[in-house]
Design a binder for this molecule. Structure first.
Ligand code: NAD
Length: 251
């Protein structure tokens, strides 16, 4: 408890899945949490849960692809909490189309939500962190799909590989301001994003059979890694990618 005492933390895609678990964990660790998502009802529910255990949270409806909405969100955070210390660029969508079938509109949609949004988040989040003058920590959600081919999911894989390298270039750019930038690459995790594919394939899903630990991960197992990178315990770690994948990428 108390690993994020006194910090203000923004989490995108925080209405469900891993983001919601991270929002609650961060609040339990003492952070004032900004719960941001396109899903208004989901945002309200997560803020309610945090209120119920005496944590502090602010809900913001934010479409991460919208530059102006990012600027407005930063204004709201400045007005409510006076600054920003931690940001988790977690919002994302899955698309399983391969190269032969994918339509241009689907490609654009995935690249916008998973990749362009991270550039916007890095830009706006770091600007507010710089105002505070005490540095910060940004964590981007990449994926094992940034590292291994699946034979499908071309836009998703391209977007996550972009997140991997944007993390490294941002880490260099922001280092003089004391802002650390890292990524977490989950393997297959049981969330609403993967519910259907996991239900259809069960334990024979290739991302499980190719995982040495032979199971899907749980959202709290990713959240714990994100928490570590967010906290001052990771004060000398920047530009790193932490794999939380049951060994999926080592075989
Ligand atoms: N679940 C997995 O197996 C897995 C594996 C590797 C990486 N990831 C990544 O982890 C992150 C979280 O995934 P998850 O499994 O929790 O997914 P999820 O679908 O359960 O949750 C994603 C959240 O993002 C929100 N979102 C979608 N589009 C948005 C937008 N334009 N603006 C704001 N919010 C938006 C959704 O409303 C939802 O609350 C994603 O970036 C995902 O790509 C997930």
């Amino acid at each position: 408890m108390g690993r994020l005492n006194g910090k203000v933390a923004l989490i995108t895609g925080a209405a469900g899945g891993q983001g919601a678990v991270e929002a609650e964990l961060f609040a339990r660790e003492g952070a004032k949490v900004v719960v941001a998502d396109i899903n208004e009802e989901g945002v309200a529910a997560v803020v309610d849960r945090i209120d119920q255990f005496g944590g502090e949270a602010l809900g913001i409806v934010l479409n991460v692809t919208d530059d102006e909405a990012w600027a407005a969100a930063m204004e709201q955070i400045r007005a409510s909490f006076g600054g920003l210390d931690i940001q988790v660029n977690n919002a994302g969508i899955l698309s399983l189309e391969g190269i032969a079938k994918i339509e241009r509109a689907e490609w654009d949609r995935v690249i916008n939500v998973n990749q362009t949004s991270v550039m916007l988040g890095l830009k706006h989040g770091a600007a507010l962190m710089r105002e505070g003058g005490t540095g910060g920590s940004i964590i981007n959600l990449s994926s094992t799909y940034a590292h291994v081919g699946s034979g499908a999911a071309v836009a998703y894989q391209a977007s996550k590989a972009a997140v991997f390298i944007m993390t490294k270039t941002a880490a260099v750019e922001f280092a003089p301001d004391g802002i650390r930038v890292n990524s977490v690459a989950p393997g297959i995790i049981e969330t609403p994003m993967t519910r259907e594919v996991l239900a259809a394939a069960g334990p024979s899903h290739p991302d499980i059979t190719r995982t040495p630990l032979q199971r899907a991960g749980q959202p709290h197992e990713v959240a714990n890694a994100v928490l570590f990178l967010a906290s001052d315990e990771a004060s000398y770690i920047t530009g790193a990618e932490l794999l939380v994948d049951g060994g999926r990428t080592i075989t």
